[in-house]
Write a protein that binds this ligand. Structure first.
Ligand SMILES: Cc1cc2nc3c(=O)[nH]c(=O)nc-3n(C[C@H](O)[C@H](O)[C@H](O)COP(=O)(O)OP(=O)(O)OC[C@H]3O[C@@H](n4cnc5c(N)ncnc54)[C@H](O)[C@@H]3O)c2cc1C
Length: 281
C-alpha cells in the first residue's frame, strides 16, 4: 500500500506482474469467479496525489483515484450527458470506490466510460519510474483486454477537452435492466453542427467487438450532410456494415446489429425534439 507515487512506480518496476487494485470492483469479481489468484497485490488506497478533478482552459483532468461518485457530481455541471450515464452506472456503493482509471485499464468492450472517452478524444497519462507519456484513447486498446500500458506503467491521469458549444453529444447504454446492469450495447455520438449542417461526426460503439469501435465510414458519410431523417436512416445502415458483433449471454449478434442501426435514428429524433422545444420556447 504505497503512500506516494514514486514508491508505487518503483514497486511496479521491480514487480512487473503485480496486480494493481484501485476500487477493486472489477478485480474482486475476477477473484470471486476463480479467474484470478494474484500472488502480489499493490493497492492504491493510501496513495496520495492522484485525486485531481479540475477544469483548466476548457480541459477536464481526472486523477486515477477519482471515484465514479466524485466524477458524477462534477459532471452534473460540466458534462451533463456523462453524468446521466453515471447515474445508471452500477450502484452507489460501487461508485463510491470504483474509479474511471480502473474502468479504462480493465479494458472491457462494454465499459460504460469508453464510448464517451472515444468521441471526446480523451488521453491517458501513463507513468513509470522512467517518466510520463500521454496516449490518445484511439491508440490505447490493441485488442481484447490488450492495452498500450507497459508492465511498469500506471494510469495517473485522464484528460479531455470540453465539447465546443456547437456540438451535440449523446451517450447511450442498452441493458436488460435500467439500473445495476451490465451493458449489452453502448454508444457515443458527437456531432459538430453549423447552420443545420454536420461539420464533423464522431461515433463510438461498445459491445459490438473485442474493443470499443469508432465508425470511420459512417463518420465520413455524415460529414457535410443536413440533419435529416433520411440521412440518419442511411447512416444506420452504414454503421451496421462497419461492425460484426458476436452472440453471447446478453444478446444475439442480430439484436446488436439492429441496435447499431436504430441508435442513429434515436439520436436524430432526440435532436429534433430538442430543436422543436427550443423553437417553441
Ligand atoms: C456490482 C457491479 C456493478 C458494476 N456496474 C458497472 C457498470 O454499470 N458499468 C461499467 O462500466 N462497469 C461496471 N462495473 C465494473 C467496475 O465497477 C468498473 O469497471 C470500475 O470502474 C472499475 O474500477 P476499479 O477502481 O474498481 O478497478 P479495479 O477493480 O481496482 O481494477 C480494474 C483493473 O484496472 C487496473 N487498474 C486500476 N487502476 C489502475 C491504474 N491507475 N493504473 C493501471 N491499472 C489500473 C487493475 O489492475 C485491474 O486490472 C460493475 C462492477 C460491479 C461489481
Amino acid at each position: 500500500m504505497p503512500a506516494y507515487l514514486e514508491g508505487a512506480l518503483e514497486f511496479k518496476q521491480k514487480n512487473k506482474h503485480v496486480t494493481v487494485v484501485a476500487g477493486g470492483t472489477d478485480i474482486s469479481v475476477q477473484m470471486n469467479k476463480d479467474r484470478l489468484e494474484p500472488n502480489c497485490i499493490m493497492s492504491l488506497t493510501h496513495l496520495t496525489g492522484l485525486e485531481i478533478l479540475e477544469i483548466e482552459n476548457k480541459t477536464v483532468t481526472v486523477g486515477a483515484k477519482v471515484t465514479w461518485t466524485e466524477l458524477g457530481e462534477f459532471c452534473q455541471e460540466h458534462v451533463p450527458e456523462l453524468a446521466e450515464i453515471i447515474s445508471i452506472f452500477a450502484s452507489r456503493q460501487i461508485k463510491n470506490t470504483a474509479t474511471l482509471a480502473g474502468n479504462i485499464a480493465n479494458a472491457s468492450p462494454i465499459a460504460d466510460s469508453l464510448p464517451f472517452l472515444h468521441v471526446i478524444d480523451a488521453e491517458m497519462e501513463l507513468t513509470s519510474s522512467h517518466g510520463t507519456r500521454w496516449v490518445k484513447i484511439n491508440r490505447f486498446y490493441h485488442g481484447y483486454k490488450n492495452t498500450e500500458m507497459k508492465p511498469d506503467e500506471l494510469i495517473t491521469r485522464i484528460r479531455w477537452n470540453l465539447p465546443e458549444p456547437e456540438t451535440v453529444l449523446k451517450l447511450y447504454k442498452v441493458s436488460k435492466r435500467k439500473d445495476l446492469d451490465i451493458s449489452t450495447f453502448t454508444a457515443g455520438i458527437l456531432l459538430r453542427l453549423k447552420k443545420g449542417k454536420i461539420q464533423n461526426a464522431r461515433l463510438a460503439f461498445g459491445g459490438v467487438g473485442p474493443v470499443v469501435l469508432r465508425l470511420p465510414k459512417t463518420e465520413e458519410f455524415l460529414q457535410g450532410k443536413l440533419m435529416l431523417q433520411g440521412i440518419f436512416h442511411e447512416a444506420g445502415k452504414l454503421a451496421r456494415d462497419e461492425i460484426s458483433p458476436i452472440s453471447d449471454v446478453r444478446a444475439s449478434s442480430d439484436y446488436r446489429l439492429q441496435l447499431a442501426e436504430n441508435i442513429l435514428l434515436k439520436f436524430f429524433h432526440e435532436c429534433s425534439d430538442n430543436q422543436n422545444k427550443k423553437e417553441a420556447a
